[in-house]
Design a protein around this ligand. Structure first.
Ligand SMILES: NC(=O)c1ccc[n+]([C@@H]2O[C@H](COP(=O)([O-])OP(=O)(O)OC[C@H]3O[C@@H](n4cnc5c(N)ncnc54)[C@H](OP(=O)(O)O)[C@@H]3O)[C@@H](O)[C@H]2O)c1
Length: 332
């Protein structure tokens, strides 16, 4: 497993990270333990979670959030010291008016709850989950800066931000001499290439680490689904994950999968291996956050990462996906 520097920082993280959105939501602690063990054995050092991950993501009940952090805290033990632990704040975690967002009030409470659930006294990378248009950025950045200075957080990052939002935040951090967002966490996969237009060039220019999520298109790019057919039992499709559902309704996505499958077959790879290798080898991507609901998936997906896709294969993938993203300037 290759290691890469997170943006301009001195921190090194594995080029594939483990996402734990499934922990406590689709899989229990025992199954989560198996996934975590295999991921760490494979050399993954960056583990991503969020305070909202848990059953609440499906039930809409904020009181059912937090199981992912709780399970991770239960499982890590002494391994905590060897990994880079990333979590997030923003989503609703209670019914109160201040139980969401990025006010100083909520951030200070949320970090204590995450530290308690994770059974640690520091978070390596604390990320705001999305842009908060209701809180002044100065307030959020000052609160995060205080957490770094208190030693509760090592680095701060953002997720689902547009390039201009990070630029605005960086301007404020520079002006007020605050720690700045050192990473961004957007979605990126062969079928979700929107960040190529603005965010990736911005991140390269400003040396911001890019930790991308859903590199396998939430499972669509593993070939397990067929258009207008019931999702296989036990999958997230069958569990009714909303954002996956939207992907499964697009026939175009299945046409792409068919063509990608033939490239994968020529290389002797699985579709998941092709999809993950593609993301990890894109310029300016620091790490791809892999999701998994069992250890076999982790093992299979990471197996070929590091091997190369040829220029011809990359061009073929561009051609396959360009029709799906007519407004995206594909850059390589
Ligand atoms: N910042 C954000 O807003 C945000 C949003 C989404 C995700 N994330 C982060 O990114 C992480 C990954 O997201 P994701 O789970 O959507 O990523 P993903 O890697 O695109 O999808 C993972 C899913 O693909 C399937 N899969 C994985 N490897 C497989 C294999 N080898 N063979 C067959 N199927 C395989 C599994 O589906 P089944 O379980 O159905 O078998 C698994 O749950 C999350 O855990 C979270 O940490 C962040």
């Amino acid at each position: 497993m290759g290691l890469r520097k997170l943006g301009r920082t001195g921190l090194k993280v594995s080029e594939v990270s483990l996402g734990t959105m499934a922990f406590g939501r689709w899989i229990d602690q025992k199954q989560s333990a198996e996934v975590l063990d295999v991921a760490l054995d494979a050399g993954i050092t960056l583990i991503d979670t969020a305070d909202v991950y848990g059953k609440g993501s499906d039930t809409g009940n904020p009181l059912e959030s937090g199981q992912s952090e709780t399970i991770l805290g239960n499982l890590l033990g002494s391994r905590r010291q060897q990994i880079i632990l990333a979590t997030k704040v923003h989503g609703r975690v209670g019914a109160g008016a201040n139980d969401a967002g990025q006010s100083r009030y909520h951030i200070f409470r949320a970090v204590e709850n995450s530290l308690r659930r994770l059974q640690t006294d520091y978070i390596d990378l604390y990320q705001v989950h999305r842009f908060d248009e209701h809180t002044p950025l100065e307030e959020t950045l000052r609160a995060l800066d205080d957490l770094v200075r208190q030693g509760k957080v090592r680095y701060i990052g953002c997720s689902n931000y547009a390039a201009w939002q990070i630029a605005k935040a960086h301007g404020i951090s520079a002006q007020l001499n605050l720690h700045r967002y050192e990473s961004v966490q957007p979605e990126y996969s062969i079928i979700a290439r929107g960040i190529e237009r603005e965010l990736l060039p911005f991140a390269a220019s400003e040396q911001v680490g890019v930790i991308v999520y859903s590199p396998l298109g939430r499972g669509l790019l593993t070939g397990k689904y067929a258009f207008e057919q019931a999702p296989p039992p036990g999958t997230r499709g069958a569990a009714g994950e909303k954002r996956l559902q939207a992907l499964l309704e697009e026939e175009r996505n299945f046409q792409i999968v068919v063509r990608l499958r033939s490239i994968a077959a020529r290389k002797g790879w699985s579709l998941a291996q092709l999809a993950l290798t593609w993301v990890v080898s894109r310029p300016h991507v620091t790490s791809a956050i892999l999701g998994a609901s069992n250890p076999r998936q982790v093992l299979e997906s990471v197996q070929y990462v590091g091997d190369k896709l040829s220029e011809k294969e990359l061009a073929e993938i561009d051609e396959i996906t360009s029709g799906a993203h007519p407004d995206v300037a594909l850059q390589r």
